[in-house]
Design a protein around this ligand. Structure first.
Ligand SMILES: CC(=O)SCCNC(=O)CCNC(=O)[C@H](O)C(C)(C)COP(=O)(O)OP(=O)(O)OC[C@H]1O[C@@H](n2cnc3c(N)ncnc32)[C@H](O)[C@@H]1OP(=O)(O)O
Length: 200
């Protein structure tokens, strides 16, 4: 895996990504952001991509919390995408598979034969149990937990502290609210809150 990385997105999420890169002993070369008013993130300079002439051989991590924005950026930029970045304190089964552009935050757990797509965020302390199947651009927020064999469609966010019982199918581009408890399947494109989860 490359020892040098770009980070795209000078956000709070970007700060956590930078600290993962540092914890892995790799080097952040530059942070990119389309907002020209941002010049620095932590100790790193922030540059608009068009002014930076990025090296096509240095991979990027798109550090954007919003799933749709992250997808649009990833699909419109010709960057080399980084292999998954996994914080050293996370526990990832050797039988789990993670695709490029995905980041696993401190303390997260991904268990046996789980599959995680491209450009996903498995946030701090989240649990993705055995045999779960996560499509691209999914965000599992801090401390959320998916029991075994849960499927999550593209672009869905599971909110902070939410819990999903085993075998549930959650559709594409859904939002599961903070602390929700999901005990039945969720169709595409809806927001579900509460315990038990109800559509709003
Ligand atoms: C490191 C990081 O920071 S990662 C980021 C993690 N962030 C999250 O997990 C955020 C998750 N987001 C939420 O929970 C939000 O409240 C959402 C997306 C579910 C709803 O947001 P909005 O669309 O703005 O809905 P709104 O606030 O208008 O609420 C709609 C209704 O749902 C209720 N509601 C909203 N969120 C929740 C929730 N988490 N649990 C229970 N009820 C909720 C509201 O009280 C309201 O009810 P009412 O119509 O009876 O008054």
């Amino acid at each position: 895996m490359s020892q040098q990385l770009y980070v795209y997105g000078a956000s709070g999420h970007g700060k956590v990504v930078i600290e993962i890169i540092e914890a892995l002993g790799k080097k952040v070369v530059t942070i990119f952001d389309d907002d020209e008013s941002i010049s620095q993130l932590l100790e790193y300079p922030v540059l608009p991509k068009d002014k930076a002439h990025p090296d096509k051989n240095i991979p990027v991590l798109f550090a954007i919390g919003n799933n749709e924005t992250r997808k649009n950026l990833a699909e419109s930029n010709g960057f080399l995408v980084t292999e998954p970045l996994i914080h050293p304190s996370a526990i990832v089964s050797p039988r789990a598979t993670l695709k490029s552009g995905t980041v696993v935050m401190p303390g997260a757990i991904i268990n046996s034969q789980a599959e995680v797509g491209h450009h996903c965020i498995i946030n701090s302390g989240a649990v993705v149990e055995h045999d779960c199947l996560l499509s691209d651009y999914v965000h599992i927020s801090p401390n959320a937990a998916l029991a075994g064999d849960v499927k999550v469609g593209e672009g869905t966010q599971i909110g902070i502290g939410a819990q999903v019982i085993q075998g549930i199918n959650i559709g594409k581009w859904c939002t599961i609210g903070a602390g929700a408890v999901i005990i039945k399947d969720v169709p595409d494109g809806v927001t579900v809150v509460g315990n038990p989860g109800r559509e709003v």
